[in-house]
Design a protein around this ligand. Structure first.
Ligand code: SF4
Length: 213
């Protein structure tokens, strides 16, 4: 067990170092201007590309710059703007609920607390981790579809369940890498380790990736 963990930590370190070298500018691809706006982008990002979220969110904030403006809208108005991001009904509910929490309960400050954030309908662990990590630098792992896929292929986890993947990452990556490994996984997943036909021949992890060797 001990040696398995040691091996896992060595693999994690090698993965982190190799990916940091391959993607030196790796950052969150959602725009991160204001904390509350990042949180709303996080809500909009479920099953949607970050590029589309950024475009749609700009339109939303041009019309309604403050959380109190969003909180005061009827659902149809918000839905009309955010529908390009998909899952319109649930995201509309979530965006308005978040804006109301911000104005009515949180005095305009996004909480640095995953459990509190998860009280907002539609904010799950992934989005809550994204919010506390990006806004406050609180160590948290964002397990999105890329992260889930690449961590299994590399051999960091044998699970496809995001909660278990998150735990497995936390076991072997040092805490100070948790935020960044999420971004690096996305870069890897987009450029080399695509869902269909991964480009293993070109991948910087090819010499030690579990799927490859
Ligand atoms: S070697 Fe292939 S399977 Fe492994 S991380 Fe790279 S692209 Fe993905």
């Amino acid at each position: 067990m001990g040696s398995r963990n040691t091996k896992g930590k060595a693999l994690a370190l090698k993965t982190y170092e190799t990916l940091s070298f391959a993607f030196p500018d790796s950052i969150c691809s959602l725009e991160t201007d204001f904390p509350e706006r990042l949180a709303i982008r996080g809500i909009l990002s479920a099953q949607c590309t970050d590029k589309r979220v950024n475009i749609t969110a700009r339109e939303l904030f041009d019309k309604f710059p403050e959380m109190k403006d969003i909180a005061a809208q009827d659902p149809e108005t918000i839905a009309e703007i955010i529908k390009p991001c998909g899952l319109t009904k649930s995201k509309t509910k979530s965006v308005i609920a978040f804006a109301k929490k911000m104005t009515d309960e949180w005095a305009g400050v996004v909480p640095n607390d995953v459990d509190l954030l998860m009280e907002v309908p539609g904010i799950g662990r992934k989005i809550a981790n994204l919010i506390v990590g990006e806004i406050y630098g609180t160590p948290a792992v964002v397990v999105d579809t890329h992260c889930k896929r690449v961590m299994k292929r590399i051999g960091i986890t044998d699970s496809a369940d995001p909660a278990k993947v998150e735990k497995d990452i936390m076991k072997v990556f040092p805490e100070e890498y948790w935020i960044k490994i999420g971004h690096l996984s996305v870069d890897l997943g987009r450029k080399y380790c695509t869902a269909q036909s991964p480009k293993c021949d070109e991948c910087p992890l090819a010499s030690f990736c579990a799927r490859r060797i």
